[in-house]
Design a protein around this ligand. Sequence first.
Ligand code: GLN
Length: 273
Amino acid sequence: MKITAGTTVQALQAGLPLDPLENRILLCHALRLTRVGLITNAERALTREEAALLDALVARRQAGEPIAYIVGQREFFGLPFQVGPAVLIPRPDTELIVELALERLAPAARMLDMGTGSGAIAVAVAHTRPDAVVTALDLSDDALHVARANASANRANVRFLRSDWFAALGTDQFDLIASNPPYIASGDEHLAQGDLRFEPSGALTDFADGLSALHTIIEGAPAHLVAGGWLLLEHGYDQAAAVRDALLDAGYTEVQSWRDLGGIERVSGGRRG
Ligand code: GLN
């Protein structure tokens, strides 16, 4: 449908060429209405400006741009995160590593999030556990800019560091290290599909076999973990066995994997021996 001035909110809710959830997200965004506002404003007619804006947003979505980038926001762990093309869009799957970290942090424990992107893991932990001493690093200045905004918007006290994995950490020690690193193999067909086409490739792929960043973290983490400290790693659906093997080879104990809501082994980890 062509979106024109005078079209009512009610007509748009049924008439946009998107799935109902995305339809509602774009309508709320363009009209600055809450979900309830859409219902109570059902009879409201669009102004010419609103119609033009909505038309442009729908066209962007139809061209494949992720809905989270179009509205600049995605909810993660019940918190609003600002997102844009500098960062991976937080996935519900990643809430698993947040839960595992929260279960393992003693009072006032020190945690490190490596490759924080939007800050999702670090901010969710620091927001939930204000006693935790949370550090987050990323190689990308643009990502750190977004992550800092998310920490302050969610009142999460996080120390941010620009670092190529362990390079800028000095002798810092942590009780727990968590990471959702790039783990998709270069050439994987998923990189050419859906939202991934628009996300920063350096956040998705290691430009190698998918395991190289995971190996770098597994090998470097013991120098920055206290004895008994946990390393938790998110990985791809078919990488759990390889990650467990690498953890065992590097001398970690209590090596295990955990399943996400879809039943897929999504996080593996172990403790520094
Ligand atoms: N979970 C993301 C996806 O498959 C990938 C994230 C990552 O590489 N760390 O869409």
